[in-house]
Design a protein around this ligand. Structure first.
Ligand SMILES: NC(=O)c1ccc[n+]([C@@H]2O[C@H](COP(=O)([O-])OP(=O)(O)OC[C@H]3O[C@@H](n4cnc5c(N)ncnc54)[C@H](OP(=O)(O)O)[C@@H]3O)[C@@H](O)[C@H]2O)c1
Length: 320
């Protein structure tokens, strides 16, 4: 095998951004872009790397010399659940651009609900000039972040800058300055403190369906926003949408922002579209920047070829 192994690309992303991203990517390496018809039946032996998002199911079995799989996104449930995988490391995408985008989404949604943007937008539509009371400050509101990984920890920091009280929950205990943290066993205590719940968990067997009626019922009622607000930008499989709808209808939840859904795209007949207090974004909170993805993959290939350890390797047992 040459020093610099070829890299196989199978990314079901917007095609234009992949083509633009591939220009000048992976210097000194052959790029085998599986979207090109001439590569359909090609012999892929000798290629050590695959950069993928929802790849062809047969891809990995066609790569006998595969050494590393690079996920095109931060989440790896798309690979772990749907494929028979060779025993090679899976590296997930971690990059400032993605992290910044996610924190922008989280802070924006928290501020939208804090500052009653949906109600003001309705008033504007009706040409209605009316100040809404009361007007709580960020420091009156506690945001509870579920998932204190790369994305959760950055969001926590930026929420703190905006003045929110922040608490956090993760599988193992974390220590974050200025933030009260809880581990798995502390879930109920964490929920009882939370006015705005932010879901930034990966989808695993443990987190599937975790955002359900019983969890919503444990959130703090009667806080500065009166009713709890739920945000999810982790994975849709972690939420029970029928429970979100009934929690909104019964008033257990006051408002919701969702970027991810059990089934995407969200069906046009979903009752979620019709709620005035629901914000829907189409899995757009933190899209992967393709150029940044290729730079990240190249950095990791260089590390491996230079005898260093790969970073951001997925723990297959934990599922993230
Ligand atoms: N909507 C979008 O556009 C978008 C974009 C990118 C990513 N995402 C989603 O965001 C997720 C999080 O990304 P990340 O980079 O922050 O992941 P990460 O660094 O792997 O962090 C995951 C966090 O979740 C916690 N966790 C996992 N399973 C848990 C469980 N059963 N109970 C309690 N905590 C648990 C982990 O706990 P420990 O710290 O104890 O391990 C960790 O704090 C991704 O998996 C992906 O699904 C969505």
């Amino acid at each position: 095998m040459p020093d610099k192994s070829p890299v196989v690309i199978d990314l079901k992303f917007d095609r234009e951004s992949v083509v633009a991203g591939l220009k000048n990517a992976f210097p000194g390496r052959e790029i085998i872009d599986m979207a090109l018809p001439e590569n359909a039946g090609r012999d892929l032996s000798g290629s050590a790397y695959a950069v993928v998002w929802k790849p062809d199911p047969a891809l990995f079995s066609r790569m006998p010399d595969l050494k590393v799989i690079f996920s095109g996104g931060a989440g790896v449930d798309h690979i772990l659940t749907a494929y028979e995988l060779p025993d090679v490391p899976i590296v997930r995408f971690v990059d400032r651009s993605l992290t910044d985008r996610m924190s922008e989404w989280v802070v924006l949604q928290c501020l939208m609900h804090l500052r009653r943007s949906l109600a003001y937008a309705r008033q504007q539509k009706n040409h209605e000039w009316r100040e809404l009371d009361p007007q709580p400050e960020a420091c009156d509101v506690t945001v509870g972040v579920m998932g204190l990984g790369v994305l959760g920890q950055d969001a926590v920091r930026k929420l703190r800058v905006m003045g929110f009280e922040v608490v956090g929950w993760s599988r193992s205990m974390k220590s974050i300055e200025g933030v009260e943290t809880f581990d798995e066993a502390g879930l109920d205590a964490f929920l009882a403190r939370t006015d705005i719940l932010v879901g930034l968990l990966p989808l695993t067997e443990e987190t599937r369906g975790i955002y359900n009626t019983s969890l919503f019922a444990k959130l703090r009622q009667g806080g500065a926003l009166e009713k709890p607000v739920f945000l999810n930008a982790g994975r849709g499989g972690s939420q029970v949408e029928a429970d979100i709808v009934s929690a909104l209808a019964s008033g257990i939840l006051g408002a919701v922002s969702l970027d991810v859904f059990e089934k995407e795209p969200l069906a046009s007949e979903s009752p979620l579209w019709a709620f005035e207090n629901v914000i829907i974004t189409p899995h757009a909170a933190a899209s992967s920047d393709v150029r940044a993805l290729f730079r990240h993959a190249e950095r990791q290939m260089t590390r491996l070829e230079g005898g260093e350890a790969l970073q951001h390797v997925v723990d297959r047992v934990a599922g993230y």
